[in-house]
Design a protein around this ligand. Structure first.
Ligand SMILES: Nc1ncnc2c1ncn2[C@@H]1O[C@H](COP(=O)(O)OP(=O)(O)OP(=O)(O)O)[C@@H](O)[C@H]1O
Ligand SMILES: [Mg+2]
Length: 664
């Protein structure tokens, strides 16, 4: 049952029981498929129990998919498999061992914008002159490198010195606030294993089989975590593709995969060379693109796709981004007319900023779409505000409180906040406690009443969410009464923008309540929802099963496949990206990842001009296309396919018929 339909190499991988295994293979060669079958087979044959298997995947969605596919064959026990991202696995460990880590049971997770706020405050506290000049993101990255014991490579400039000063303080501050940031989700488990060998042994004993998908994108910290976990059995199976390593900028080390056989004695290495995903034209093009990268484990994939019709990849040159988006929308309508479902179609782009034009064209053409990963709904200010209110209501944290203390404006300015801060410090209490005690301080009544109002709202909020009869409407009503809707409108230039933003709030409420209705209307589930939100669990987009066109960045498309893929903006400055793409080889791999998502059709677009800082600028074709063999893709300089043969006859006859119809 577990081997059917697989080729001999895949079968060998599925049959592997003990010791290290490396599957090094190209895109669409069935690596993930093998992981799923191996997991199921090991449980079915008693090599490991479901609860002894740990599978680390790139997204939580992929983890759920794996469990689902195994459960179809072995039933409910598949639920006990531990599968998820490194971050969600780390969170699980931290929750279990929070006492040992000296974390409050009710600890919270903060995101980067919260981290920035903490850094800003710290800069203020140490009274850095000209502190506003610091680029917080840069500082934040340097601090994270220090926490990860990764040497900051460049010279010892002012930023590095500041990061060195702030790093230990930042760590302390997180503890004080009883919050963890994303990095902590990996670092805390390491701390746990280093400090408590018995816990490490316990965890090692629990997981007798460990598997890692997309291994090419693990970073040094994640690698350390794996090394702690495997223990003496060394039952570690990793799968990956060096050509798809696209997270170097986040510290991923492709060396992890290349050195694997050296570091694990008696490692079985399996290569898969047949691609079951894409038709051969797409694969030829992909092979050619990636062959231009130097240092790689050269491999050439052969297509085994059963799709009979072959279509050469196409590049359409459009006037500007408006024309590009219109073109994409009209192509989508054509594909749908031909029988493709909207969810069969993906639009991939390098930078989130490309999404806006595309969205508006899709809306105009009434094409339903969903944005996966990254800057979706949950990145929006309005949604973040709401999350902060809910979080503050159920697990008060000073970072969160500070985000919303004056949202909407309730007369609590910088000076008041500083006073409250000072008071908290002198009394050794939290900021929240200091707020409650505003009467003891030199705080104006208006601000004090604002604080009281907010605290009252927060104390009532949980009731409006999880008590019997609570629903989306009562929840939204509470925010409206508090003045949040008005505030959203007041921040927008015109009413339609305000309406759209409030629309986001409504969508968020719908997702939240459908989650609670499905999983339980209680505080525990509410907290679970917030945690998943922080981990960007795609499940919460709520509509993953829906039949909609999928928009996402190239990074987010890893591991996925679609019959029709449209890659937008294959231009210099976008791919390779001007600011983000310092490693050109990595950018080329990103292009390769995009191409290899396509099963049947690959359409690419390039504009002649693009708007930058308000003015149109000419743009050049991406070097990746110029480097590629021109016979492997077709260019349409005017953005349209010439119509020929049968189709032309059909068009003419349709036209004549329409004339006849008019005559009648
Ligand atoms: N032996 C096989 N016969 C037919 N189809 C297969 C076979 N192996 C895998 N496939 C199909 O090929 C496609 C790609 O498989 P899969 O997603 O496992 O590849 P992958 O190597 O993980 O790709 P990526 O590198 O993009 O993550 C899937 O649709 C899968 O069902
Ligand atoms: Mg895969």
């Amino acid at each position: 049952m577990w081997y059917s339909g697989l080729n001999p190499e895949q079968q060998r991988a599925v049959a592997h029981n003990y010791g290290p295994l490396l599957i090094l293979a190209g895109a669409g060669s069935g690596k993930t498929t093998v992981l799923v079958s191996r997991t199921g087979r090991m449980i079915a044959e008693g090599v490991a129990k479901a609860e002894q298997i740990l599978v680390l995947t790139f997204t939580n969605k992929a983890a759920r998919e794996l469990k689902h596919r195994v459960s179809v064959k072995i039933g409910k026990s598949a639920k006990k498999i531990s599968a998820g991202t490194f971050h969600s696995f780390g969170l699980q460990l931290i929750k279990k061992y929070h006492k040992e880590l000296e974390l409050d049971e009710n600890f919270g997770i903060i995101d980067t914008s919260d981290s920035f706020a903490i850094l800003k405050e710290m800069l203020k506290e140490i009274k850095v002159v000209g502190r506003d000049k610091y680029d917080l993101e840069h500082l934040y990255n340097l601090i994270q490198n220090i926490r990860n014991k990764k040497h900051n490579s460049t010279i010892d400039d002012e930023y590095h010195q500041m990061a060195e000063i702030l790093a230990p303080k930042y760590e302390k501050r997180l503890n004080l606030l009883s919050v963890v940031d994303f990095e902590s989700l990996l670092l805390k488990p390491l701390e746990l294993f280093n400090k408590f060998p018995d816990i490490k042994a316990e965890v090692q004993a629990q997981y007798t089989q460990i598997m890692v998908d997309e291994f090419q994108d693990t970073n040094a910290t994640q690698m350390k975590l794996i090394n702690h976990l495997i223990g003496p059995h060394d039952n570690l199976s990793v799968v990956g593709d060096d050509d798809q390593s696209i997270y170097g900028w986040r510290g991923a080390e492709v060396q992890n995969i290349l050195n694997f056989p050296k570091e694990h004695k008696n490692c079985e290495v399996i290569k898969l060379e047949r691609n079951y995903r894409s038709i051969s034209s797409i694969l030829h093009f992909a092979n050619d693109v990636i062959s231009k990268n130097k240092s790689r484990h050269g491999k050439v994939l052969k297509s085994e796709s059963k799709k009979v019709k072959d279509h050469i990849p196409e590049l359409f040159i459009l006037e500007n981004e408006e024309a590009e988006s219109e073109f994409i929308a009209s192509e989508i309508l054509n594909f749908i007319k031909e029988g493709y479902k909207p969810k069969d179609i993906a639009i991939l782009y390098r930078s989130n900023s490309q999404g806006a034009w595309l969205e508006s064209a899709l809306k105009k053409n009434r094409i339903e779409y969903t944005i996966t990963g990254g800057s979706s709904l949950f990145e929006r200010k309005e949604v973040k505000d709401l999350v902060a209110f809910i979080r503050q209501a159920i697990q008060s944290k000073d970072v969160t409180l500070k985000r919303i203390i004056n949202v909407p404006p309730r007369g609590i300015g910088e000076t008041t906040i500083e006073k409250l801060n000072e008071y908290a410090k002198t009394k050794g209490i939290t900021f929240a406690e200091s707020c409650r005690l505003w009467r003891e301080q030199d705080i104006i009544a208006k601000a004090g009443e604002g604080i009281d109002g907010l605290f009252y709202f927060l104390s009532e909020l949980p009731k409006k969410m999880v008590s019997p009869g609570a629903n989306e409407t009562s929840f939204l009503e509470a925010f409206r009464e508090m003045g949040y809707r008005e505030y959203v409108y007041s921040l927008s230039d015109d009413a339609s923008v305000g309406e759209r933003k409030w629309g986001l709030v409504e969508i968020f409420a719908r997702i939240l309540f459908s989650f609670l209705e499905k999983n339980g209307m209680n505080l525990f589930m509410l907290k679970e929802f917030l945690d998943r939100l922080m981990l960007r669990d795609e499940m919460l987009s709520g509509d993953e099963e829906e039949n909609k066109v999928q928009l996402m960045t190239l990074h987010a498309s890893k591991g996925l496949e679609f019959p029709v893929v449209m890659l937008c903006g294959i231009e210099e400055d976008l791919l390779p990206h001007k600011n983000l793409g310092q490693d050109v080889d990595e950018e080329r791999r990103l292009f390769y990842v995009g191409i290899t998502r396509a099963q049947e059709y690959l359409l690419m677009t390039k504009c002649l001009e693009r708007k930058k800082n308000g003015a149109f600028r000419k743009v050049a074709m991406s070097r990746f296309l110029l480097d590629a063999n021109p016979e492997l893709y077709k260019i349409y300089p005017r953005g349209v396919r010439p119509v020929s043969g049968e189709k032309r006859t059909q068009l003419v006859s349709d036209f004549l018929k329409s004339l006849d119809a008019k005559k009648l």
